[in-house]
Design a protein around this ligand. Structure first.
Ligand code: ZN
Length: 385
């Protein structure tokens, strides 16, 4: 019944954008026993790393004691020696946190170093625990950032706070056109024409920016009118991707650009979550094309009917999962699975629903505090049919 991972070792040699982590593949992995260790740790400095290590060590100790039998303790200890080095190694430049998934008996080890903040967590379960990573993924989709004035443009992509400059272009308005004693009027006319053709070139660069259509969108920043002018020139398919305009000088530091851009992108994400929640509410009011409650949502996911799964951020839905047939449902844990007699364990159903959505290709949206979603039990789905 187990679903073994295809890629046993993944340890990228640089910081990883969350969008590069294959959550779908991770959501497919499970075992009949609790053999997958998930570690979320802070690692931005040597001091923080020390604190993380002692927290993790105490969690390991408690887990080791609580494991019921020798047949689980041995695999657990082999997992611990597998992760030892990844937990202890010094932070890289720009690293803020580390996510580790491991299973000793399968020699399975994934180590992701991120430039993002996370809350520390250590979990031993029958599959990698993905919820915190999924939450980050929802907040930190990739986006593009264009910084420009009328004679200079810089185009970046920002992926999980990692900024990469794609294209830089400029024109020299003064030297190119202020020659030969032109009248001020003629100079102004030529200057306007030159700016317009420059903005046209910048727009061509935008059209060529790889993957923009799959990104959350584009932030346009700059000190003056150029950002509004280019906005007006954009073809509809790019215009609709614009997250917002932002005032910034051309000399703004890259760190500040990321900070400002992230704030705007995150606002958009929150607004999108609220829209989805409103859509669910109106489906409930009409009495159609929705599912609520963990068990009904689970069924709808299994039938492939879910367009969007809405999860209340930070919520816990107590339930259980059968370690053998993977059936899960809300409520108190039975002695054994009523379907297959297999062993059961207690879980937060939010995690199981998330993984199921990943496996069945449904969109997942984490919603910040929302009274209506809370009243539905922390989970709801907008259905396709
Ligand atoms: Zn079962």
């Amino acid at each position: 019944m187990e679903s073994k991972p295809d890629f046993k070792t993944i340890m990228p040699d640089g910081l990883v954008p969350v969008t590069d982590i294959d959550l779908r593949a991770l959501s497919e992995i499970y075992d009949e026993r609790d053999v997958y260790l998930s570690v979320y740790m802070k690692s931005s400095s040597a001091a923080e790393l020390d604190a993380s290590r002692s927290f993790i060590a105490s969690r390991f100790k408690a887990m080791d004691k609580s494991l019921p039998a020798d047949d689980l303790r041995q695999p657990f200890r082999s997992t611990l020696s597998l992760v030892e080095e990844s937990v202890a190694s010094l932070p890289w430049k720009g690293e803020r946190s580390r996510v580790i998934f491991a299973c000793g008996p399968l020699s399975f080890l994934h180590v992701y170093r991120l430039g993002l903040e996370i809350e520390p967590l250590v979990v031993l379960d029958s599959s990698p625990f993905l919820l915190p990573l999924a939450r980050l993924r929802d907040d930190y989709e990739d986006y593009g950032l264009l910084l420009l004035d009328s004679q200079e443009a810089r185009l970046f992509t920002i992926r999980s706070r990692l900024l990469e400059e794609k294209i830089q272009s400029s024109i020299d308005l003064m030297n190119k056109h202020k020659k030969g004693g032109w009248s001020q009027m003629r100079f102004n006319r030529l200057r306007k024409g030159a700016i317009k053709s420059f903005l046209g070139e910048v727009m061509e660069d935008l059209l060529r920016l790889e993957g923009l259509q799959d990104m959350r969108g584009l932030v346009i920043a700059g000190p003056g009118e150029a950002k509004i002018e280019i906005m007006e020139m954009l073809p509809p398919q790019i215009k609709e991707k614009v997250l917002g305009l932002m005032d910034a000088s051309m000399g703004t530091s890259l760190a500040d650009l990321v900070e400002m851009g992230d704030r705007l992108a995150l606002e958009k994400e929150r607004a999108y979550g609220r829209e989805r929640a409103a859509e669910l509410r109106s489906a409930v009011l009409r009495g159609q094309l929705y599912a609520s409650g963990a068990d009904k949502v689970r069924d709808a996911l299994q039938q492939g009917r879910v367009k969007a799964l809405l999860l209340l951020d930070g919520f816990v839905i107590p339930g259980w999962i059968c370690e053998s047939c993977q059936h899960f449902q809300e409520g108190s844990q039975p002695e054994s699975c009523p379907r297959c007699n297999g062993r059961t364990s207690r879980v937060n159903l939010l995690e199981e629903l998330y993984e199921l959505a990943q496996r069945t290709g449904a969109e997942v949206e984490f919603v910040e505090e929302d009274d209506f979603l809370r009243s539905l039990g922390g989970v709801g789905a907008i259905l396709r049919y």
